[in-house]
Design a binder for this molecule. Structure first.
Ligand code: NAD
Length: 492
């Protein structure tokens, strides 16, 4: 199956067609370091063509289509995606290096996302607003226009779905730019949109390098809104550039999320959940709970048990069904993760687990062992900066106020988890932690319907929720004079 589903070359997807234009580049397989496919990357010309195709498509029926019809196209898209789940999961696992089981789970979530927004299309309403003086006032929700959607490499298809589904539901057209390392499933998603009957040009997918071409896309006068997921630094640049034409912007950025273990926590559940919350997707998750903040009375016991469990995780070949943690995205990234671990130890942290490459993996592949740094000072670099790898820091606290202060003592505010049996404490701390999402006694985070997004430098705007639809619309107020006597304040 693998051989048939993988092509040797992928073109751009513009105006409903595969287009071999731009510059062909080799895309690699992170677990082996070997070439995976040739992929065309767009330059300015291709961005122009994609933006033009999207604007032309908006003049067609898509934005004004009966909502029920648009809903059916999205349900069809979800169904086609589900039918191709196994094939797409293998491609995603190979291209992103992630374990096959997690690629499958992400595609399943993408399917649910399209279903959620397919159901939402027919619920996107304006309102009537009471007015006196014979006036009728109501609002319309109109598609915002053509959106640039820029996604990272850590969840290539799922991030594309998070963005595409609400944009399509709202009646927008899209130029989707996947990350350079992982363009393949986004290109296939473009084809699946066409197969679902979404008109040509509504969805365009253009792999392109960030930097100059990313800037060009963000600044393009044919783009009305930019939704971006990626690093905080890149997000800042995107926002600056988008601000020149006052484009609408949604930013989903980095994180350094806390995982607070109180003294009364169910330690079995907390250990299992905390291991998952950091090491899922090899720690390359924006919402990875990368800072353990543990009450001093259970610190040693918790870490002892955490180490025991984390040691059992199977790291290796993404396509082996027994693998729990696959590869990192590249050897360069592996070196960066390792650099952080060395830095942490230099700053006084104790390396309790991991701290290097696992045995038995491909030499050119990018891998890193689940790593635990103990006795980490809350203000040290490893506890402040996003490492984006399988590395968790552990810090002690003695009072609830101290735990909250440590949790909030970073620039980010994306997610967090609290482990406690004390109901009052759970709700109190959930309110006190500055982040877009808090789990109580669960490591799970995003699901369709739950607003997902950041406080502080983790960005703004929410994805996956009903309100996300509003971020893809302009609100128009219509004021209608219905009284017999005309409005004539000047008495002319
Ligand atoms: P990145 O910022 O390097 O790249 C993200 C995307 O932006 C890529 O498609 C890249 O090509 C593009 N890009 C780069 N420069 C650009 C520019 N000047 N103009 C326009 N586009 C440009 O991020 P990454 O390394 O791919 O992804 C990892 C980061 O993403 C982490 O910080 C992670 O926390 C974050 N992330 C956040 C969320 C969330 O929902 N908050 C989800 C997933 C990942």
């Amino acid at each position: 199956m693998m051989a048939e589903s993988m092509r040797s070359t992928y073109g751009l997807f513009i105006g409903g067609k595969e287009v071999m234009s731009g510059a062909s580049r080799t895309v690699f397989e992170p677990a082996t370091g070997e070439p995976l496919a040739q992929v065309y990357f767009g330059g300015r010309d291709e961005i122009d063509k994609a933006v033009e195709a999207a604007n032309a498509a908006l003049k067609g029926p898509w934005g004004r289509m009966a909502p029920g019809r648009r809903a059916r196209a999205l349900f069809k898209l979800a169904q086609l995606l589900a039918e191709r789940q196994d094939e797409l999961a293998v491609i995603e696992a190979r291209n992103a290096g992630k374990a096959l089981w997690s690629a499958k789970a992400e595609i399943a979530q993408a399917v649910e996302d399209f279903e959620y927004y397919a159901g939402a299309v027919t619920k996107l309403c304006g309102e009537t607003i009471p007015q006196g003086g014979g006036m009728l006032a109501y609002t319309l929700r109109e598609p915002i226009g053509v959106c640039a959607q820029i996604v990272p490499w850590n969840y290539p298809l799922m991030m594309a779905a998070w963005k595409l589904a609400p944009a399509l539901a709202a009646g927008c057209a899209v130029v989707l730019k996947p990350a350079s390392a992982t363009p393949i499933t986004a290109l296939l998603l473009g084809e699946i949109c066409r197969d679902a009957g979404i008109p040509d040009g509504v969805v365009n997918v253009v792999p392109a390098p960030g930097g100059e071409i990313g800037d060009y896309l963000v600044e393009h006068p044919g783009i009305r809104k930019v939704t971006f997921t990626g690093e905080t630094e890149t997000g800042r640049r995107v926002m600056e550039r988008a601000s020149r034409l006052l484009k609408r912007v949604t930013l989903e950025l980095g994180g350094k999320s806390p995982n607070i273990v109180f003294q009364d926590a169910d330690l079995d559940a907390a250990v299992a959940g905390s291991v998952y919350a950091i090491y899922y997707n090899a720690g390359q998750s924006c919402e990875a709970r990368s800072r353990l903040i543990i009450h001093e009375s259970v610190y040693d016991e918790f870490l002892g048990r955490f180490e025991e469990k984390a040691k059992t995780l199977r790291v290796g070949d993404p396509l082996d069904p027994k693998t729990q943690i696959g590869a990192l995205i590249s050897r360069e990234h592996e070196a960066r993760v390792d650099g952080y671990v060395r830095q942490g130890v230099q700053d006084g942290a104790k390396l309790l687990l991991g701290g290097g490459r696992p045995e038995g993996v491909q030499e050119k592949g990018a891998f890193y062992l689940p790593t635990l740094l103990g006795d980490v000072r809350a203000e040290s670099r490893v506890a402040q900066e996003e490492i984006f790898g399988p590395v968790v820091t552990a810090t002690r606290f003695s009072t609830e106020a101290e735990a909250v202060a440590i949790a909030n003592g970073v620039d980010y505010g994306l997610a967090g988890t609290i482990w406690t049996r004390d109901v009052g404490q759970a709700h109190r701390v959930a309110r006190a932690v500055e982040s877009g999402l808090i789990g109580v006694n669960t490591p799970l985070t995003g699901a369709p319907g739950l607003p997902f997004g950041g406080y502080k430098q983790s960005g703004f705007g929410r994805e996956m929720a009903m309100e996300t639809l509003h971020l893809y619309t302009e609100q128009k107020t219509v004021l209608v004079h219905t009284a017999e006597k005309p409005v004539n304040p000047f008495g002319v």
